[in-house]
Design a protein around this ligand. Structure first.
Ligand code: GDP
Length: 192
């Protein structure tokens, strides 16, 4: 639909919106493409000038995906980080159509400061949160299950209520599970 630097420039705040978040390189674009069965939908968001913007994708008249900016793991100027924080926090607090956050984490580097910030905002704004541990193909099944359990326990210990799953865009693991959550948030009937 559009890419905007601030929430006041976003499309009308009606219907339902689900936002995808993830630190840069976590595998968010690949996850969006795998979930939507498109080759380069989320690449649109990576075109120069759009990486710091909120990118809106229309699914139908009532439903949208939003690809949120995720700053790089490399050194980011503090000013850029602050701008990003302000824009994203504002979006979380003000956007009434926002019905859930789909947070993508690299299973080998979970719960970064970026992720914890997202988790905190979801709690603060009472937003449903789902976590996809992507690149799960990089670990053996047992190791990835252990990581999943560890993260579940860490979140429980800080009283965070989130669903969590293993995901691999490369091996197409966890897509059905992700669809289940998204369908629920978008209030689609289960049996279609
Ligand atoms: P983004 O910056 O979060 O949008 O990350 P990308 O989707 O661009 O992925 C970053 C890198 O990780 C790319 O080299 C991808 O090919 C790779 N990648 C993404 N998802 C997976 C996955 O499920 N498995 C593996 N092995 N690599 C992945």
């Amino acid at each position: 639909m559009t890419s905007v630097p601030r929430v006041d420039l976003a499309p009308p705040d009606d219907g339902l919106e689900i936002a995808f978040a993830g630190r840069s390189n976590a595998g968010k674009s690949s996850a969006i493409n795998a979930i939507t069965a498109q080759k380069s939908l989320a690449r649109t968001s990576k075109t120069p000038g759009r990486t710091q913007q909120l990118n809106f994708f229309k699914l139908d008249d009532q439903r949208r995906f939003v690809d949120l900016p995720g700053y790089g793991y490399a050194k980011v100027p503090i000013k850029v980080k602050r701008q990003w924080q302000q824009a994203t926090e504002h979006y979380f607090r003000k956007r009434r159509s926002l019905c859930g956050i789909f947070l993508v984490m690299d299973i080998r580097h979970p719960l970064t400061d970026f992720d914890l910030q997202m988790v905190e905002w979801c709690q603060h704004c009472d937003l449903p949160l789902h976590i996809a541990l992507t690149k799960a193909d990089k670990l053996k099944f047992g190791a990835s299950k252990n990581t999943l359990l560890q993260i579940q326990n860490s979140l429980k210990s800080i009283e965070v209520n989130a669903s969590i799953q293993l995901f691999s865009s490369l091996k197409k693991v966890g897509i059905k599970e992700a669809h289940g959550i998204l369908d629920e948030w978008f209030a689609f009937e289960k049996n279609h």
